[in-house]
Design a binder for this molecule. Structure first.
Ligand code: UDP
Length: 257
């Protein structure tokens, strides 16, 4: 344990090179995705990622509210990311604060770049992300959940958007930060990837890292996103693939002599 002022700083990387939860630097937390978890939404997904629990619901294409936001040549993409008051250790004041507004905006912009919005002029595609339990990386978990929910709603997209936060902790580059690593690490770099093209559609950074560390972080994040992509596709397959019915037992056409 080190200390910053009166605050105890946990040792983020042990002598064996492992992190506080035993993970290697390039290891993701366990990720489980359930597509179509809600019945009333047009599309939905529930994501359990480490200690994060996030629900996403998608509605639309539907009438635009407020009306003046309507665009004649394409659908608009609206997102509301919200953290439940009970989702964190210290009760969060309910409602949309500046952080939630920022996260809602960057997530909507990420999806605007992959949704074929021109196919649905004068409509709105509305994404709701509810964080029920938070342990860092919730904007990425929200993006992953919303991606699967959009696909579940049948919204045409270039691709799904896997997302993950990479960071610098104890001087090392690490994949998928948990809360202590996010709080006490040197840098946090959430990103979202279009897997087919390798294009990044969300990239933010808090803290400091040099150019070489940034480059290694991006490489590690891309590898992480590709693993997350596989889990996302599997969630959709689990929901939609129909197992072929077992062949009917053959019935003899003629009675044996
Ligand atoms: N957090 C919190 N209270 C808040 C906002 C965040 O306890 O009002 C915690 C929560 O666990 C969150 C983490 O801090 O996941 C990191 O927040 P950040 O703003 O970096 O976003 P995130 O990593 O969740 O995308």
């Amino acid at each position: 344990m080190g200390s910053v002022g009166a605050k105890e700083v946990p040792q983020l990387i042990g002598p064996d090179g492992r992190r506080i939860d035993g993970r290697q630097l390039d290891e993701l937390r366990p990720l489980r995705i359930v597509a179509g978890a809600l019945h009333r939404a047009d599309g939905s997904a529930f994501v359990e990622w480490g200690a994060n629990k996030v629900m996403a619901a998608v509605y639309g294409p539907r009438e635009v509210h407020p009306r003046h936001l309507q665009q004649n040549n394409k659908a608009i993409v609206q997102c509301r990311y919200n953290m439940a008051a009970f989702s964190v250790d210290e009760r969060k004041r309910p409602g949309l604060d500046r952080r939630s507004q920022e996260i809602s905006k960057v997530i909507a912009e990420a999806f605007e770049s992959v949704i074929f919005a021109e196919e649905y002029p004068r409509t709105s595609i509305d994404i709701y992300i509810e964080v029920l339990q938070a342990n860092a990386g919730t904007r990425c978990a929200g993006l992953v959940a919303a991606s699967v929910a959009l696909a579940d709603a049948g919204i045409p997209m270039v691709d799904l958007l896997p997302a993950v936060a990479v960071g610098k902790i104890g001087g090392q580059i690490a994949l998928d930060l948990r809360k202590e690593e996010d709080n006490f690490g040197e840098a946090d770099l959430p990103m979202a990837l279009v897997p087919q093209s390798g294009r990044l559609v969300l990239l933010q950074m808090e803290g400091h890292m040099n150019r070489e560390e940034l480059s290694r972080s991006l490489d590690l994040g891309v590898v992480g996103c590709r693993k997350i992509y596989d889990v996302m596709k599997q969630a959709l397959r689990d929901r939609y693939s129909v197992t072929p019915a077992a062949p009917a037992p053959s019935v003899p056409t003629e009675a044996p002599a």
